[in-house]
Design a protein around this ligand. Structure first.
Ligand code: GLN
Length: 550
C-alpha cells in the first residue's frame, strides 16, 4: 500500500457485459474529484494481449493511445474525457502484462527458488501494479474497473486481488457491482433475480458488494430497491438506480442526483463537499443533447464496418466524440453517416458526398478500401467540401494530391505498394527493422510528440499556439523527397516536428479550398468535453459555413 492512507474502489460487472462499467468508473472519477479528492482510474483487461495495439478494431473497438504511447482499450478514452486530463501507463493493465512480468521475474531467479503460482504470485503482482498506479498518480482514490463479468474464468484473479486488499484494509476498499435488471417484454416487470444470482456468484469468491448500480431501461422503483437490499445484503441507499440515458455524459449528473458520490465518500470515511461542482459539465451536456440545434451532416469514410452495424461506432469512438464536443461548443449538432470506402471501389459515385457538409477519412491500416477513400478525397478537394484527414486520412490526402494535381500517376504509399513508382508516403526509417523482424506489438511511432505550427497557416490559427503536443500511432510518413514538389503545387506543410524532419500536418491554403487539412497524429485522442479539439472545431466551423451557403 502507498504510505499515506489510500482508498480503492473496485468496479465489477454482474449479469452481463456492456452495461456501463466504464461509464460508471468515469462518472465516479469525475464526482469524487469534484468533491475534492484527486483520483486515478485504472482499467484491467483480462486478455493475454500485452496491450490493445495488436487487435483488430472490429474485434475490440478503437485502440486508445495514451500520451505515453501505450496502446490501450477505448475505456481509457472515456476515463480521460470524463476527468479532462491524461492518464498514465500505470493506469492500464492486461493479463498479458501481468503474466509477462511474473515470468520475466521467474526467469531472473526473482522468486528465490520458489514454485511460482497464480496465487500468491500473480495475484500479488496485480496488487503491486494497482499500488504503483496509485503512488505514481498521487491520487487519494483509485477507481479500478475489472473487465468482464463476475463468474468469468479470466478475471477471477483480479477479484481475488480485490478480496485480499479489502481483507487487509476493510475501511479503505469498496466493491461496486454494476448489474442489469431486465424487463422481459412478456412480463412487463423489472426482474431482480439475475442480480441476486450475480451477487451470490461474487460471494463465492469471498467478496461482498458494498454498492449495487442497477442498470435498467426505466428507473428502478422502491420495491425493487428493497428486494435487492434484502437479498443481496446491501443497504438500500447503496442500491443506486441507473436507467438508460441518451448520452453517457448525463451519467455523472444522474449519479449526483442519486447521491452516489456522497454515499461513496461516506462509505470510505472521506470528508468531501456535499454537492459536486458540475456547472460546466451540465452546460456541456445541455449543449450536447440539444435536439433543436442546427444539424450538420458529416460523412466518415472508413472501412472497419464489416462485422455488423453494432460495432462500427466503437472502431472510431474518439473521432465521434471529438465531433460531438466541437459541435456542442459551436451550438450545433452533428449527424454522422458511415460510408463504406469499399462501395466507392465497387462503383458507387462519390457525388453522394455532395449532400454532406464535411467529410472525414479516419486512421487505418492496410489495403482495404484505399482506392475508395482516394475517390472520396478527390471529390472533397475538387468540390471544396471541408475535409479532415486523420493519420491515414492525411497520408491518402497527399497521395491523391500527388496523383491528380502533380500528375504522378504512380504515387502511392509503400504500405500498399512496396514498389510504387512514386513512393510519396514511405515507411519510417526506424520502422524498417521492426517490419523486417516481424516485431509488430507496441513498436509504431506512438504517443506524444511535439509539433511546430507554421505562421499564417490554418492550423496555427486554429490552435492559437506555436508548439503543440499530439498523439501518434503510425509506421509510415510523408516522403520528404516529394515535399518541395507538393509545396510548389500548393500544399502547405503547416505542422512539422520541431527539427523540420517530419511532416505532421498538411493543408491547402484557404485560397484553394475552404478547409482541407490532414494530420499525421490523432487529434481525436485529445478532444475533451470541456476542451474540444481546435482542429475539429475549425473543421466543423468550415462545414457550418458551407451549410449556410447551401
Ligand atoms: N497505416 C498508416 C501508418 O502506419 C496510418 C496509421 C493510422 O492511421 N493510425 O502509417
Amino acid at each position: 500500500m502507498p504510505s499515506r492512507s489510500h482508498k480503492y474502489i473496485f468496479v465489477l460487472g454482474g449479469v452481463m457485459s456492456g452495461v456501463g462499467k466504464g461509464v460508471l468508473t468515469s462518472s465516479l472519477g469525475l464526482l469524487i474529484e469534484q468533491k475534492g479528492h484527486p483520483v486515478n482510474l485504472l482499467k484491467i483487461d483480462p486478455y493475454l494481449n500485452v496491450d490493445a495495439g495488436t487487435m483488430n478494431p472490429t474485434e475490440h473497438g478503437e485502440t486508445f493511445v495514451l500520451a505515453s504511447g501505450l496502446e490501450t482499450d477505448q475505456d481509457m478514452g472515456n476515463y480521460e474525457r470524463f476527468l479532462g486530463r491524461d492518464l498514465a501507463s500505470e493506469d492500464y493493465m492486461t493479463s498479458g502484462m501481468v503474466y509477462r512480468s511474473v515470468i520475466e521475474r521467474e526467469r531472473a531467479l526473482g522468486y528465490g527458488g520458489k514454485c511460482v503460482e497464480a496465487i500468491p504470485h500473480v495475484r500479488n503482482e496485480i496488487i503491486d501494479r494497482i499500488e504503483r498506479a496509485a503512488e505514481k498518480s498521487g491520487s487519494t482514490v483509485s477507481v479500478i474497473e475489472i473487465g468482464g463479468t463476475v463468474g468469468d474464468f479470466q478475471n477471477a484473479l483480479y477479484i481475488e486481488a480485490a478480496r485480499v486488499l479489502k481483507m487487509e484494509h476493510p475501511d479503505d476498499v469498496l466493491i461496486v457491482m454494476v448489474s442489469y435488471l431486465p424487463t422481459p417484454g412478456t412480463l412487463g416487470e423489472m426482474k431482480t433475480k439475475p442480480t441476486q444470482t450475480a451477487v451470490r456468484a461474487l460471494n463465492s469468491y469471498g467478496v461482498q458488494p458494498d454498492f449495487i448500480i442497477a442498470r435498467s431501461k426505466e428507473p428502478m422503483d422502491a420495491k425493487r430497491r428493497e428486494k435487492l437490499a434484502i437479498w443481496c445484503n446491501v443497504r438500500a441507499e447503496r442500491v443506486i438506480s441507473a436507467p438508460d440515458i441518451a448520452s453517457i455524459y448525463e451519467a455523472p449528473l444522474n449519479f449526483e442526483h442519486e447521491k452516489l458520490g456522497e454515499a461513496v465518500l461516506e462509505a470510505l470515511k472521506l470528508p468531501g463537499k456535499k454537492r459536486a461542482t458540475l456547472t460546466a459539465w451540465a452546460k456541456f451536456v445541455k449543449a450536447a443533447t440539444d435536439t433543436k440545434a442546427p444539424e450538420l451532416k458529416i460523412a466518415i469514410v472508413g472501412k472497419y464496418f464489416d462485422t455488423g452495424n453494432f460495432v462500427l461506432s466503437d472502431a472510431y469512438l474518439s473521432v465521434i466524440e471529438a465531433i460531438k464536443f466541437s459541435a456542442a461548443k459551436l451550438g450545433l449538432r452533428a449527424k454522422i453517416d458511415w460510408l463504406n470506402a469499399k462501395d466507392f471501389e465497387k462503383g458507387k459515385s462519390p457525388a453522394v458526398l455532395s449532400k454532406y457538409d464535411g467529410v472525414i477519412v479516419p486512421g487505418g491500416f492496410g489495403e482495404t478500401g484505399i482506392e475508395g477513400k482516394l475517390k472520396a478525397i478527390r471529390y472533397a478537394r475538387e468540390h471544396k467540401l471541408p475535409y479532415l484527414g486523420l493519420c491515414y486520412g492525411m497520408q491518402l490526402m497527399v497521395v491523391e494530391y500527388a496523383r491528380n494535381v502533380l500528375g504522378l500517376k504512380d504515387a502511392h504509399t509503400t504500405e500498399i505498394k512496396k514498389s510504387a513508382g512514386e513512393p510519396v508516403v514511405d515507411v519510417m526509417l526506424e520502422q524498417k527493422k521492426n517490419l523486417a523482424g516481424g516485431s509488430y506489438g507496441g513498436t509504431m511511432r506512438l504517443g506524444n510528440y511535439p509539433c511546430h505550427l507554421k505562421k499564417g497557416s490554418i492550423a496555427r490559427a486554429a490552435y492559437r499556439d506555436e508548439l503543440v503536443d499530439e498523439r501518434h500511432r503510425h509506421r509510415y510518413e510523408i516522403n520528404n523527397a516529394y515535399v518541395p514538389a507538393l509545396e510548389k503545387a500548393g500544399m502547405v506543410f503547416s505542422g512539422t516536428s520541431p527539427d523540420g524532419a517530419l511532416m505532421e500536418i498538411a493543408e491547402l491554403s484557404s485560397r484553394e479550398h475552404p478547409f482541407m487539412l490532414g494530420t499525421q497524429f490523432h487529434p481525436e485522442l485529445k478532444a475533451r468535453p470541456l476542451a474540444p479539439h481546435p482542429l475539429f472545431t475549425a473543421f466543423l466551423s468550415a462545414a457550418a459555413a458551407r451549410h449556410k451557403k447551401k
